[in-house]
Design a protein around this ligand. Structure first.
Ligand SMILES: Cc1cc2nc3c(=O)[nH]c(=O)nc-3n(C[C@H](O)[C@H](O)[C@H](O)COP(=O)(O)OP(=O)(O)OC[C@H]3O[C@@H](n4cnc5c(N)ncnc54)[C@H](O)[C@@H]3O)c2cc1C
Length: 378
């Protein structure tokens, strides 16, 4: 049965959920306090890298990331067709490099379990490594090459999603100050500071690093907090020096189609401050030149920062609230929200439509942290 749904937050998660729900015949409104894509989603490097980002083992989080990568080719094509917008989506593959023999052992262990989950990855060394990344520092001993990983140009992709939502008929409201959840038992009623009210059958909370603001009214702990990521980009005049997404223990570099190389990113606790610090960028520059020595004489032309929605246990909160049946959450995607957007949209839409996924329900249950009484602020 078609429902009316308010999506709180117009980042990649809110827009992807709105896009999918409207496509399925529901009537969706997106309420955004600032501008769509103006926070973490517009700041991201856009890497779709479940293997490089998941180093621990094949848990439910990895499975969701893996499923999302599988969905991406068709998902981005649908967004492209419905929105009529162009954006970069590049199947570059990735290289996770090791400088020391001990790091190589870690990569070998990772490759063993990742092969069971569809990776056709391999360890490359010496001449083979240099062939893949000719300008990589000769000090790098080896790399774990994963051809399946890809990336999008996040700011353009989010704009395309927003345009796609509008074309599908999603009602988008931006610059709404101080939204207040007035009622969520008989119906959902949200009130804006200017007096406007919005009503629906359901509320889907996709407000990223700000989702914890609803903890008190919903009476659950929502331990999501902002982790600032500082990031920068170099402009490449001549030959593109980086061919893949190149990861190391301290960061990554990604070459974009617009002749830039994006290098990220710090992980700072700085509250809701999105400023860029000299120290943060200097650390990135130092690491970049260890990886690609020719970057030493270049200055980043662009520096920015965004707030990743981190959670207490590292897993997102996705699912319906047992204690408030009209409320669904999809927040806390930390470092992988761009990657996880299609899988989250499918999962949230399926859950709203009553389909259950027991393993995911348990792992990402938004009420797993208990009641608000034990809530503390970060
Ligand atoms: C530097 C950096 C690099 C990254 N690189 C990658 C990457 O390569 N790959 C990847 O997968 N992920 C990456 N990420 C992570 C990714 O950006 C996030 O996981 C993702 O953007 C989270 O999306 P979101 O929609 O939940 O949050 P956001 O994009 O932050 O959107 C939340 C929105 O909610 C709005 N909002 C807040 N409060 C309210 C309210 N009360 N009512 C209504 N709206 C509200 C905000 O204004 C905001 O627009 C990176 C992040 C950073 C910072």
């Amino acid at each position: 049965m078609a429902e009316t749904i308010i999506v709180l937050g117009g980042g990649i998660i809110g827009l992807s959920c709105a896009f999918e729900l409207q496509r399925r015949g529901h009537q969706v409104k997106v309420l955004e306090t600032r501008q769509c894509g103006g926070q973490a989603s517009g700041a991201a490097a856009g890497m779709l890298a479940p293997y490089s980002e998941n180093v621990e083992g094949p848990d439910e989080f990895f499975r969701l990331c893996h499923e999302s990568l599988r969905l991406y080719p068709a998902w981005q094509q649908t967004v492209r067709e419905i929105s009529g917008c162009d954006f970069e989506y590049t199947a570059s593959g990735s290289l996770y490099v090791a400088r020391h023999a001990a790091d190589l052992l870690v990569l070998e262990g990772r490759l063993l379990w990742q092969r069971e989950y569809g990776s056709s990855g391999s360890l490359v060394e010496g001449a083979e490594l240099q062939k893949l990344e000719p300008m990589l520092s000769g000090q790098m001993l080896a790399g774990l090459y994963t051809p399946e990983e890809s990336h999008v140009y996040a700011p353009d992709f989010v704009k395309a999603l927003e345009q796609g939502c509008r074309r599908l008929g999603v009602d988008i409201h931006e610059e709404l100050e101080q939204l207040e959840l007035m009622e969520f038992e008989q119906e959902v009623l949200v009130k804006a500071a200017d007096g406007r009210t919005f009503r629906s059958d359901r509320l889907l909370v996709c407000s990223g690093a700000w989702a914890q603001e609803l903890a008190e009214v919903l009476d659950i702990r929502i331990p999501i907090y902002p982790i600032r990521g500082q990031i920068c980009a170099y402009r490449m005049e001549a030959q593109q020096p980086v061919r893949h997404m190149v990861f190391g223990p301290q960061g990554y570099l990604v070459a974009k189609a617009n002749s830039t190389v994006v290098c990220g990113a710090s992980e700072d606790v700085a509250g809701y401050d999105t400023s860029v610090t000299e120290r943060g960028i200097e650390r990135l520059k130092k690491w970049n030149k260890q990886m690609f020595p020719h970057l030493e004489h270049l200055e980043p032309f662009h520096r920015w920062a965004g707030l990743r929605p981190a959670t207490q246990d590292g897993l997102p909160l996705i699912g319906k609230l047992a204690s408030a049946r009209r409320i669904v959450m999809a927040a806390g995607h930390y470092r992988n929200g761009i990657l996880l957007s299609p899988a989250t949209a499918m999962l949230a839409a399926d859950m709203i439509e009553g389909k259950e996924y027991p393993a995911f329900n348990e792992a990402f249950n938004p009420e797993r942290f208990g009641k608000a009484a034990s809530y503390y602020s970060f």
